[in-house]
Ligand binder design. Structure first.
Ligand code: ATP
Ligand code: GNG
Length: 207
């Protein structure tokens, strides 16, 4: 069955997902769904001690996004209305596979699949790839206190995890369109013509 476009913007921390999703939402007049950051009670503690807090944090993100996705399904997808999101639910697994170990990782995997397997997934993914220097620069420019403690090695691993995950998603879901964007070279914030090219590409995909 054909359904309305469900667009997700993805990429590692600080790649520009919220920025690009917001710009596209305005330009294309499509409602935006944003992830919850400031109200997250575990992020600060997590960055201070990943092993201690990872399970609580990953479960918090999963429950939150599960609820958002359920609502999105009712409000938009089931009614064939377009929507753009600054994340894909799959990011839960990308992060959790990196931050959890042993039995907790195994339990998390099972819960992730139970909760999300039957929910609608984005049919278009704008995947912003960016190198470590770009991400570190953008994260520091954004200036969230709790992110000052991010270990560059953790960020570098996530860059690689994202590449692996997107390749695997493309194999599992050949119908999903993945548009790679080189976030270290393409600057959709400072260069309107570069943003216009991305917006035109998305317009063409959803027509
Ligand atoms: N193409 C760009 N050129 C210059 N600055 C950018 C660009 N994209 C994003 N930024 C800036 O980088 C910072 C991070 O961007 P943003 O918050 O959109 O990233 P994100 O991928 O949504 O992050 P997170 O993973 O934490 O949710 C912001 O300060 C934003 O203004
Ligand atoms: N561990 C972990 N799992 C997730 O699912 C996840 N999603 C986002 N984040 C972190 C990245 C930014 O610092 C901040 C805002 O995106 O939250 C996550 N961290």
């Amino acid at each position: 069955m054909k359904r309305g476009p469900f667009i997700a913007v993805e990429g590692p921390i600080g790649a520009g997902k919220t920025t690009l999703a917001s710009m596209l939402s305005t330009e294309l007049n499509i409602p935006i769904l944003k992830e919850i950051v400031e109200e997250n009670p575990f992020l600060d503690k997590f960055y201070q001690n990943i092993d201690e807090w990872s399970f609580q944090l990953e479960m918090f993100f999963l429950c939150n996004r599960y609820k958002q996705l359920e609502d999105t399904d009712l409000q938009y997808i089931a009614q064939d209305k377009p929507v753009i999101s600054d994340y894909h639910i799959y990011k839960n697994l990308i992060f959790a596979e990196r931050t959890l170990k042993g039995i907790k990782r195994e339990k998390y995997r099972q819960i992730y699949h139970i909760l999300t397997d039957d929910l609608p997934k984005p049919n278009i993914i704008l995947y912003i790839r960016a190198n470590l220097d770009t991400l570190l620069y953008r994260i520091s420019k954004r200036g969230r206190d709790f992110e000052e403690q991010i270990d560059p090695a953790y960020l570098q691993q996530l860059i690689e995890d994202y590449d692996t995950a997107m390749t695997s998603l493309a194999e599992r879901e050949p119908a999903t369109v993945i548009v790679p964007i080189n976030g270290s070279e393409v600057d959709f914030v400072e260069h309107p013509e570069q943003f216009a090219r991305i917006a035109a590409q998305v317009k063409e995909l959803i027509q």
